[in-house]
Design a binder for this molecule. Structure first.
Ligand code: NAG
Ligand code: NAG
Ligand code: NAG
Ligand code: NAG
Ligand code: NAG
Length: 669
């Protein structure tokens, strides 16, 4: 089965599970017959008996309907059984009998439509879906069968509008609808290309006829390998546009090439000789030429098991040309969503990822970004991440740490992309958790960090620190074990000449310090507070955010950090400026919190009497209720001010601050 088939099947079974719902017919079943049968001529009756008669009529109808409903349900069940046994003719018969009992049973129509679809009777299927929609105009299953049937009839417009209707009825099914719509697009594209290719071929245009003629020649037996090889090269050159690509497929090109036993044995790298290696390289080039931008060809190529196995294995080839060609071919697939999905569906992607990462250490890959680009493109696919979860150590962590340990001057250019691919994989929660808790992994990160900083690999350092920031956000024993070393290393980096590196190093301090009191002690001893204050005086949003958080972690943990801060900045002007100007709530919240810590020191409150710190804090305390942490921190700092200095109380009264504070009390406690 192709990927689309599987997706559609999944969608079908999902929709089948909705079958249990009762039919929501629009017909009011107990409706009184407004057109009574002629044996009750109403003019002969009193109004009372006329009404009675009508009611009796309604009651009879209800009973009859009930009996018919039961029979119809039995027939539906029989139909479903036949359907499950793939006897679609019989299923249609049962459903038809059921409909004779009950004309407005939507499930019977949709089920019969599905059976008709299986029998290739698409017009009948569409008509049944029409009826199902008359019973229930929100029946998305009817739109599914209708859309699929129109697609078979190549009525792409109608097909699309059916699938789009599902979106109106059930917006939650967007993902499924997108799958169907993509399938319509691909089918239409394929048909257009085939029509165009045939037309050009019929007109006998030289560039077009070349491909089938070459294939014909190649399919004749008895040539030496090099002849075959040369033929394939000429063929690759002839495949220059989508028409030639389509003709290649229509002329059975994939079979002619892949079925050749010589080609097969070199795909499996069974033979070592030069000629078969050259053949292998030209076959890979040819495939790239025929698959580039052509979804249908991509699908056809990967539906051959020999090919899919070979592509994964060849990524680990020791032969530079082979490995490079193989990566270039995968690169073509990785550029579009369809290609990526075909690969994830058909290739052993965990081994693929392992082989790609391992390959990064090969000398010929070091100036070539193809491998890491392929990896980055695939890393954004959730389905790939899911397949990696269980084999993460073997397929990602091990090869990644191994290449990271051997980073060199010549291999450094590929690392930022490689690290960003790992970062992208870590957006998967399970992968994130596993990496964050992997002690070996952190050990290697630290080694790499030291190496890159001592050798001045700035761009690698920048990405590595970013990865560490992202992975140390939670709490993890593996990070705690390395916290002191990590922070030492980052302190050193605060002296770097590169502003980006400094910012990232601050970021790591801000995520790692909250996890380790020992590391906090260490950085305070190393005089981090004045450094942070200096940083906070400079503009730069990320740096400010990280430095403020780091400073707050320090003042929360240690009295000497508070004293240090006050020595450096007597009136806490840095914190007050951040409270006043910052639009970043995290910065403001931390500034308020840090201010609160400092106010616990003797005599600090009175230093601020000639400032308008009360107004600044009050603004935050009264701020957006969504930012409760900011409100809370500001309210706490205000409370501390007022407790130690009556002058602040007066100011607060002037500002009508008590009402505001009052409403914050519940947040403080
Ligand atoms: C169906 O018709 C009956 C009789 O007119 C009425 O009492 C009842 O409310 C209707 N039910 C619905 C769901 O419209
Ligand atoms: C396969 O290719 C070889 C050349 O390498 C050729 O000799 C052989 O005839 C081809 N076989 C078929 C069935 O095309
Ligand atoms: C992928 O290949 C590896 C190694 O050959 C194998 O252990 C694993 O089972 C394969 N995975 C799948 C999903 O086939
Ligand atoms: C960290 O993760 C976020 C989203 O989770 C991402 O946008 C960002 O690029 C990552 N940062 C780095 C430096 O990798
Ligand atoms: C700030 O950090 C965000 C992500 O954390 C990043 O996308 C952005 O590029 C950074 N800005 C600067 C100037 O470094």
């Amino acid at each position: 089965h192709t990927m689309e088939d599987k997706t559609i099947q999944k969608a079908d079974s999902y929709i089948a599970s909705l079958e249990e719902e009762p039919c929501r017919t629009k017909v009011n079943k107990t409706k009184i017959n407004t057109n009574p049968s002629p044996q009750f001529p109403y003019h002969q009756q009193s109004p009372e008996s006329f009404m009675k008669m009508l009611e009796k009529d309604a009651e009879d109808r209800r009973r009859r309907r009930c009996a018919n409903e039961k029979k119809a349900l039995v027939l539906k069940e029989k139909g479903n059984q036949a359907f499950a046994q793939e006897d679609y003719e019989a299923a249609v018969k049962h459903y038809t009998k059921g409909l004779a009992k009950l004309k407005d049973m939507q499930q019977l129509y949709t089920n019969r439509a599905q059976a008709f679809y299986k029998l290739g009777k698409y017009r009948e299927a569409i008509s049944d879906c029409d009826w199902a929609l008359r019973c229930d105009d929100r029946c998305s299953k009817a739109y599914v069968h209708m859309g699929k049937s129109y697609l078979e009839l190549k009525d792409y417009k109608e097909s699309r509008s059916c699938f789009t209707k599902i979106l109106e009825i059930e917006p939650k099914k967007e993902k499924m609808v997108r799958e169907y719509l993509t399938r319509v697009d691909l089918e239409e594209e394929r048909e257009l290309q085939e029509v165009e290719a045939r037309r050009e071929f019929d007109q006998g245009e030289a560039k077009v006829t070349a491909v089938p003629k070459l294939l014909e020649k190649l399919s004749m037996s008895g040539h030496i390998v090099l002849y075959y090889c040369g033929g394939i090269q000429i063929l690759s050159e002839a495949v220059q546009d989508s028409t030639a690509q389509t003709l290649f497929r229509l002329s059975n090109g994939f079979r002619i090439i892949s079925d050749n036993s010589t080609v097969r044995s070199c795909l499996e790298e069974k033979t070592e000789d030069k000629d078969s290696r050259r053949l292998l390289v030209s076959v890979l080039k040819l495939w790239r030429a025929v698959c580039d931008g052509n979804s249908e060809n991509q699908k056809v190529l990967l539906s051959c098991p020999v090919t899919t196995q070979a592509l994964v294995d060849l990524l680990a080839s020791e032969e530079a040309a082979v490995q490079t060609e193989c990566l270039s071919l995968l690169h073509v697939f990785s550029r579009g969503p369809h290609g990526r999905r075909v690969v994830i569906e058909h290739l052993n992607v965990s081994t693929m990822v392992r082989n790609i990462i391992t390959g990064v250490s090969k000398p010929w890959q070091q100036r070539d970004s193809t491998a890491v680009e392929v990896l980055e493109n695939f890393a954004a696919e959730d389905k790939l991440c899911m397949q990696l979860r269980d084999v993460l150590t073997y397929c990602v962590t091990e090869p990644f740490t191994s290449v990271l340990r051997t980073i060199t001057e010549s291999s450094r250019p590929v690392f930022p992309s490689l690290i960003s691919a790992i970062d992208r994989l870590a957006q998967d929660d399970i992968i994130h958790h596993k990496l964050a808790h992997d002690s070996e992994f952190w050990k290697t990160l630290l080694v790499a960090l030291k190496q890159c900083s001592s050798r001045g690999f700035k761009e690698v350092l920048y990405s590595l620190l970013g990865l560490i920031i992202n992975l140390s956000g939670g709490s993890s024993p593996a990070v705690q074990d390395r916290a002191v070393e990590l922070c030492d290393c980052c302190l050193g980096l605060l002296k770097d000449s590169d502003g980006g590196v400094i910012t990232q190093a601050l970021g790591v301090l801000s995520t790692v310090l909250p996890q380790s009191s020992e590391a906090v002690k260490r950085v305070i001893q190393a005089n981090v507070v004045p450094t942070l204050c200096r940083m906070l005086k400079r503009p730069g949003q990320n740096a400010t955010k990280y430095a403020m958080k780091t400073l707050t972690v320090c003042t929360a943990a240690s009295r000497s950090a508070r004293e240090e801060l006050l020595r450096f900045d007597k009136k806490l002007s840095v914190l007050r400026r951040l409270l006043g100007s910052s639009c970043d709530v995290m910065v403001a919240g931390n500034a308020a919190l840090c201010l609160g810590h400092c106010l616990e020191l003797e005599g600090v409150s009175s230093r601020l009497v000639d400032t308008d710190v009360v107004l600044q804090l009050l603004r935050h305390a009264a701020g957006d209720a969504k930012e409760t942490a900011v409100q809370q921190n500001a309210a706490i700092a205000l409370g501390k001010l007022c407790r130690s200095e009556p002058r602040y109380l007066n100011r607060l009264r002037e500002l009508h601050g008590f009402e505001i504070l009052h409403s914050c009390v519940k947040l403080i406690t």
